[in-house]
Design a protein around this ligand. Sequence first.
Ligand code: KG4
Length: 339
Amino acid sequence: MSVIILGIESSCDDTSAAVFKDDVILSNIVANQDVHKAYGGVVPELASRAHQQNIIPVVEKAIKDAGIERDEVDAVAFTRGPGLMGSLLVGTSFAKGFALANDLPLIEVNHLHAHVLAHFIKEDEHDTDQPEFPFLCLLVSGGNSQIIVVRDHLDMEIIGQTIDDAAGEAFDKCAKIMGLPYPGGPLIDKLAKEGNAEAFQFSKPKIKDYDYSFSGLKTSVLYFLRDELKNNPDFIEENKADICASLQKTIIDILMDKVVKAAKETGITQVALAGGVSANSGLRNRLTELAKEKNWRTFIPKFSYTTDNAAMIAINGYHKYLKKEFIGQDAAPFARTEF
Ligand code: KG4
């Protein structure tokens, strides 16, 4: 018998609700919050207020677009963390209220696990393009850079992660140094397409095993630009595309060198990307090139599943539902997690 799962996501600045029938997506609604643009980053207090305003209409639309009635929902899955506490509280409280009012089981979801499980979202019942176990997942977002060995839907191990900034932060912070607006990642991606990736050299860190570090790169970019601007105040303006292309190539080199090492040493030949930075066209191209060269099977999520969305929460909820992994009404959200 099939089950209907309602997924709720509110960990940062996107309010989202999705409805699934088993592992097939029926709807996925995301309300973005424009209010943060003026501040150059997410303002937590404003994010929670916007979630509070958005959550009811977003859930109502997800249920309507799925073509189901509210009383057909079998379980509610919600992001318990990590994320901004005020934002998480809105989704968590809503999920609890919905579950209580409709007498439904409640399922907690770790936002990071959900990014990985986005690869199992089926567009319809015939969709079979999914990784087999085990596979490696490079999870790259604004807050995380991790290499994960995924052994089963609910069995994952982080084998490498950043010891300071995340890859997305490296994009955003370097963009800020160049005077580009937040979030800088998509803009660097766009400008890099017009530039020469070999024009400038930035330092790459030497970090052990599969771990990452991006704070040195940020400092290297800062000093490089400071020195160049002394000689030519228009240096950034005149070399924007080349700086972006060189910087993007360096970030991709750092990320993929460790993935290549992990694939070689674990013998795993299926590699997936997840998280906001997996939208980066250079990173996607590099993965495709490596796939040909190394004979890997690779998986790149649909753009709408790379950013924060409730579809990935609902698919995670579905797999926990199958294992009857439910949680009580006393569950409090967590801002940080050990994964
Ligand atoms: O997973 P995500 O949506 O949320 C957070 O972790 O907050 O990731 C957001 C990050 C930001 O740092 C943004 O600059 C980066 O993903 N990003 C990109 C691109 N699109 C989003 N970075 C590089 N290239 C892109 N096309």
